[in-house]
Structures are given as structure tokens and as C-alpha cells.
Design a protein around this ligand. Structure first.
Ligand code: IVH
Length: 680
């Protein structure tokens, strides 16, 4: 076999395995074997770049370049569906269809209503050419680069499967529950705000400027509507379904599955209203076992001829309707409102209620979010409250049955002081939450700071997790991060021989952490608003903890990415005696309090103030190495070309649109050799 033949063969086999895994959910080989084939293909493609193909299965990793989305018109507007909420309303729809079709036989195709973001995909000659979001229904954002990283969306349709020359297919992009939960867990660890539900997470991801991030977030897609060119659009340019084999929606989608698309679970053709209602009932329960969020059932007249006959209202088709599942709701008595203090000091009110069955679990507690919501509900202790579990995981109180309220019940007041430490709470302007400002003495905040300090991206003391922090803290062994460095085996193990092995392990991880570079120490000490990147920039700018601690507001503002809020937070941190004492003890313990020799030596100001775009493929160093070089020499690596760009570091195969933009804005182009010369 020639290398070219092997490349083509591997691509074909990998496409088939992708289809088996992502579309059919029936993998036929192990992940290990799949990875082996993928690595072999990657190697071959590196050795034989002449056979590169943007649709190769290796090309789903995305890019770290910033992109801007272009707004493009939809060929046919993306309409929405009318909603119904009861069996009676579904019956009314069925009767309307029946009379609209004047006694003709008809079928209703029932399918899941997916709760994600709608997307429109265009294929020409079996290749994905464009992916556009719904936008306002008339125009949407071109998100093709991001969508290309979603494994269940075919880049190339399956050969010989009979797909039409050109068509559009619409569907929903979703983040599966498992990816959503893993993502939120990761965000919680990094103290980033959590996504409320998978739809928000999918939306935030799909709009990300970096397709590399989209590739990592593991989105999924289900397709439910085919449009084609075989009929002229109607006067309103309303979409017309494509008429391939026998002109039916259900059959068209079965075909689409053969071309490579993932379609709705459990699609079913129903003849009678009873069958339709049975389908709804079945999936109302069964949907909990699906890997993605659904919020209803969509009913569509199956025959496309009949769809056309029924037509459209101004907003939605007359041939389809959505039935929305009821968010499961229960009514129970509110016994008490307690207040929880989080790691950042944010105070969350929690409703404690009589236990009640809701969506398969017994619920005793529900979130009340903030003071405004409590006031809006005009909540009283003893109230009968409605609790719902919607798209969110945590149940929430959504209403009060005021008819059941009796005299003398006490109104719920938001607390004025912290329930953990007694400090008076504060509410920052423009924020809904109340905070406990006592970050150095309030127990959940202390534990939060220690958890952050030991976390992977900070000091990376991974033998100490949240439970151990809690244990050490409650046994009085540690009160702040510096106490970690004076722990002894006897203390940890409580003189228990069985525990001394794990105690030794914990201690050696703590000891090793004194080598963690200064940049990460700046991140680890937990200055509010100073994330990983800002910490790095601060460390490189000031070079030592002393210089950082003594910096004035003006000096801090000189650092990239540091604005008023961050600068003030840093000043506040280093004005606090307690923090200064911790930093002093960390220094005594031997932590890195200045930039290492190497970091200092490698750094210059040769590219200071320069804003540089990297584009193309390089021969001497990798793209990441160039990025690192730019930063090490005081420059800034930016994603897209603008008037402010100093120059473009260009390798081979720089994209034509970039080239054009650079020429238009007069931005100079520098090649690899010239760039390396600059740094000599
Ligand atoms: S059909 C002209 N089918 O629900 C009708 N839509 O309000 C085109 N959706 O914007 C839509 N699952 O994002 C259809 N199986 C399904 C669906 C579905 C979810 C979404 C879609 C649309 C909204 C309708």
C-alpha cells in the first residue's frame, strides 16, 4: 500500500468508527485501537503534507486563534414552533390538522424536543460548507469553525449513501449531562462561575472565540429537519421540507441517519391521538435516561405534501407543534430558611422544607438565590411553597400558596451578619448576592482558600483534597495556608501507626511544593480577582513578592490585564496584617518568593509594547514555542489582526483572508528567520 492509499484507508475506517460511536452509539472497536489508528494517521499526515485534507478525522481539534463570527442571512428563515402544555391542547392540534386535511388519512411523527441551541448546516457535494446559529431567525452567526469540532456532525457524508447534491439540515447542539457536570466541577475548582444548565453551557461554548476550547468541551448534535431546493420556496420564503424518497419527514430523517447524522431518539409515526398521547407519557418518564436535556415532544405531520397544504402562520408552521413537559413541581411546607456561606464569602439562602417527592428524589432543601427573590415571594415561615426542578439540577422555590397562609406567620428576613463568623454582611453595588467580608477568619472561606492553595494549578499538593482540608481544619491543625508547612506526621496521623504512611505522603507532597515557581505562588495565595494568567503577568512584571507587595496603584495599573478592581484588591491584600504574616511564614517555609534565575535570564524587553499575531505553519519552532518567546521577550501574542497589530509572524500557508486583511491595514509580515534575528 502506498502512503496515500494508507491515509485514505485510515480516514475511511476512522470515519466509520466515528459514525458507529457518535451516531449509532455502537462502537465496534476499543478506544485504545481507535487512538492507535488516529495516531498512525496523524503521523502519516505530518510526513506527507501533500495529502492534507481539512475534512480528515484528525482535523477536529480546533485552533487557539481568536475568531470573530460573521453574521450571515439564512436561506429560509428559522421559524419556531407553537407551544402546548396539556393533552387537551394536543387534541386541539390533532383536530385542527384533521379538519385542515379534509378527512384525508395522515400520520403524526413524534420526536424529542431537544433543549439546546438550534443550528443550520449546509452540505454541498457531501461536505459541510457552513454552520449558522439561529440568531434572530433571519440572520445568524457563522460558527462553522467551532461546529467542525463536534464529533457527531459529519464533515463528509458517507459515500454512496445517496445524499442530495446540496441541502440544508437543521438540528440542535447540546452539551451532554456528563460533560456538563464535569465542566462545572472543573469550574468550581477554579472558582469560576458555574453554568446554570447544559443549554447555557452549550451556548457559551459554541460562541467561544477559540475552536480549540469547543473541541475540548464535547458537544453533541441531533438533527431533525431537512430542507432542500426541489421546490421553490413559497411566497413568504417559508421553508419547504425536501422531498426525497417518498416525501415523508420520518423517512427522510431515516435516510439522513444513513448519510451520517444523528437523529432524534425514539422517533415514532402515530396514526391516532391516543398513540400520540401514549408517546408523550412514555417519554415524559423515559427522557430522564437520555444523555442530553429535553424539554418536550415535537409533533409533525409526516407527509410533506400535507405539510405544504397546511402551511404556515406568520411565526410557525401549522403542521407541527411542541408539547412542553411540565417542570416537575411539588407543594410542601417551609419550616426554616438557613444561610450558607460559600468559599468566596457569598451567602445563599436555603429553604428547609418538609420532605417531598419530586422528579424521582426526595427533596428537603431548595435554593432561594438571594434577598430580592425572598422579598418578591413575600416568603413567611410555615408557608406552603411550590418547588420545581426544571433544567437546573438544584430545585428552587417558585411560588407560595397564599390561600393557605394563616395569621401570625413570620416574614422571612435576610440576615444581617454572617452565620459562620458573625461579621456584618455587605452587598456590593450592582450585585444580587450578600457577602461576608471577613475572608481571613470565616471558616468556609478559610477552608476555601486552603483548597485553592493546594489545587493543581496552584501549589499542586494533590494528596490533600477538600475532605482532608476539612479534617485538618476541624481538628485544629491548620488555620491558614502557611500552617500546612509546620504540620508533623504525629499531628496528621494522631499517633496512629496505620495512618502514618498516608501522613508521610501528604507531608512529602507539601515539602515538594516549595519548588513550585513564583508565578504559581502568586496565584496560590488567593488574592481576590487574581487568576492564573494575571498572576503570571504580575510575577513577571514585579519579579518578587516584595516588589509586588510594595507596588503602588499606578504601578499595578501598568501591568497588562490589571484594571482598577484587580489593582485595588492587590493593595487591600497586602495591607492586611494577617495576609502579611502568612506571606512571611510561607517565605520562612522556603517557598519561591521571586522569579527563578532561568525565568529572569530568558526574559528581555525586546518586544515590549508589541502586539503580534502568529499565523501559518512553521519549520523551526512550534507555534506554542513562538508564543512563549513573544511573551518571554515582553511582547503580546494576539489572535486577530487589527490596526493595533505591530506585525504578523507568518509561516507557510497563511490564510488568504488574513493576508488580505494585513495588506489592507498595512500590517507588516515577518517570517520565521527575521523574527529569530530580532531576538538575537
Ligand atoms: S422542528 C419549523 N424539531 O425547538 C420547525 N425543533 O420552538 C422547525 N427543537 O427553534 C423546528 N427539538 O431549536 C424541531 N425535534 C425538533 C426539535 C426542535 C428542539 C427546537 C428548535 C426550534 C424550537 C422550536
Amino acid at each position: 500500500m502506498t502512503p496515500q492509499e494508507e491515509i485514505l484507508q485510515l480516514r475511511k475506517e476512522l470515519e466509520q468508527h466515528n459514525y458507529n460511536y457518535y451516531v449509532l452509539n455502537q462502537p465496534t472497536i476499543s478506544d485504545y485501537d481507535f487512538d492507535q489508528m488516529m495516531h498512525r494517521l496523524q503521523d502519516l499526515e505530518i510526513f506527507y503534507p501533500q495529502y492534507a485534507d481539512p475534512n480528515s478525522p484528525t482535523q477536529r481539534v480546533g485552533s487557539d486563534l481568536n475568531q470573530q463570527f460573521q453574521s450571515v442571512p439564512h436561506k429560509y428563515p428559522m421559524l419556531s414552533l407553537a407551544n402546548t402544555y396539556s393533552a387537551d391542547e394536543v387534541r386541539e392540534f390533532y383536530d385542527r390538522v384533521k379538519s385542515g386535511l379534509e378527512g384525508e388519512d395522515f400520520e403524526i411523527c413524534c420526536e424529542m424536543k431537544y433543549d439546546g441551541l438550534s443550528i443550520s448546516l449546509t452540505y454541498v457535494d457531501g461536505q459541510l460548507t457552513q454552520a449558522v446559529t439561529r440568531g434572530d431567525g433571519v440572520r445568524g452567526d457563522d460558527v462553522t469553525a467551532n461546529v467542525r469540532t463536534i464529533r457527531s456532525i459529519p464533515l463528509k457524508l458517507r459515500e454512496g449513501s445517496g445524499y442530495p447534491h446540496e441541502f440544508e439540515i437543521r438540528g440542535e447542539i447540546l452539551m451532554p449531562w456528563t460533560s456538563f457536570e464535569a465542566l462545572n466541577e472543573e469550574r468550581e475548582k477554579n472558582e469560576e462561575p458555574l453554568f446554570a444548565n447544559p443549554r447555557n453551557a452549550a451556548s457559551g461554548t459554541l460562541k467561544s472565540q477559540k475552536s480549540e476550547l469547543v473541541a475540548q468541551r464535547k458537544l453533541d448534535a441531533y438533527l431533525y429537519y431537512l430542507l432542500g431546493e426541489n421546490e421553490p420556496p413559497s411566497l413568504f420564503a417559508a421553508p419547504c421540507s425536501v422531498d426525497f424518497s417518498n416525501g415523508c419527514h420520518y423517512e427522510n430523517l431515516q435516510e439522513a441517519q444513513k448519510w451520517g447524522f444523528k437523529i432524534s431518539d425514539g422517533m415514532k409515526k402515530c396514526k391516532t391521538i391516543d398513540e400520540v398521547l401514549e408517546f408523550i407519557d412514555y417519554w415524559d418518564k423515559e427522557r430522564k435516561n437520555l444523555p442530553v436535556a429535553t424539554d418536550g415532544i415535537v409533533l409533525k405531520v409526516n407527509s410533506i405534501r400535507q405539510q405544504r397544504h397546511l402551511g404556515y402562520t406568520a411565526k410557525s408552521p401549522r403542521w407541527a407543534i411542541a408539547y412542553k413537559f411540565k417542570a416537575e413541581r411539588a407543594c410542601t411546607r417551609l419550616n426554616e430558611v438557613t444561610f450558607q456561606v460559600g468559599r468566596t464569602g457569598a451567602v445563599t439562602p436555603v429553604a428547609n422544607m418538609n420532605p417531598v417527592q419530586l422528579a424521582g428524589t426526595v427533596v428537603r432543601r431548595a435554593s432561594l438565590h438571594n434577598a430580592d427573590i425572598i422579598a418578591e415571594l413575600d416568603l413567611h415561615i410555615g408557608d406552603m411553597v411550590y418547588v420545581e426542578k426544571g433544567g437546573e439540577i438544584i430545585p428552587k422555590v417558585v411560588g407560595v400558596d397564599k390561600d393557605q397562609r394563616t395569621e401570625g406567620m413570620q416574614r422571612v428576613e435576610f440576615i444581617k451578619t454572617c452565620p459562620e463568623c458573625g461579621a456584618p454582611l455587605v452587598r456590593y453595588e450592582g450585585e444580587a448576592a450578600h457577602y461576608c467580608p471577613n475572608d481571613s477568619m470565616c471558616p468556609p472561606q478559610i477552608k476555601g482558600k486552603i483548597e485553592h492553595f493546594v489545587s493543581r494549578k496552584a501549589m499542586n499538593i494533590m494528596t490533600i483534597g477538600p475532605e482532608i482540608v476539612d479534617d485538618f481544619y476541624s481538628r485544629g491543625l491548620i488555620h491558614d495556608i502557611a500552617d500546612l508547612y509546620t504540620l508533623t506526621v504525629a499531628q496528621i496521623s494522631n499517633n496512629n501507626k496505620d495512618r502514618s504512611i498516608s501522613a508521610n505522603k501528604a507531608l512529602s507532597a507539601i515539602r515538594e511544593s516549595v519548588n513550585v515557581p513564583f508565578e504559581r505562588v502568586v496565584f496560590a495565595i488567593g488574592i481576590r480577582f487574581v487568576g492564573e494568567t494575571t498572576a503570571k503577568l504580575l510575577a513577571r512584571h514585579f519579579k518578587s513578592m516584595d516588589a509586588l507587595a510594595g507596588a503602588t496603584l499606578e504601578q499595578l495599573l501598568e501591568v497588562d490585564m490589571v484594571g482598577q478592581v484587580i489593582a485595588e484588591s492587590i493593595i487591600r491584600f497586602f495591607h492586611d496584617e494577617h495576609n502579611l504574616d502568612i506571606v512571611r511564614r510561607l517565605r520562612e517555609a522556603g517557598l519561591q518568593m521571586q522569579l527563578s534565575e532561568e525565568a529572569m535570564a530568558g526574559r528581555t524587553d525586546k518586544l515590549a509594547g508589541k502586539s503580534i499575531v502568529i499565523s501559518g505553519v512553521f519549520a523551526q519552532h512550534s507555534r506554542d514555542e513562538y508564543k512563549e518567546m513573544i511573551e518571554r521577550n515582553g511582547g503580546k501574542n494576539v489572535g486577530s489582526i487589527s490596526k493595533k497589530t505591530t506585525f504578523i509572524l507568518a509561516g507557510d500557508n497563511m490564510g488568504p483572508s488574513k493576508l488580505e486583511k494585513a495588506e489592507k491595514l498595512g500590517v507588516p509580515i515577518v517570517n520565521e528567520e527575521e523574527f529569530l534575528d530580532m531576538l538575537k
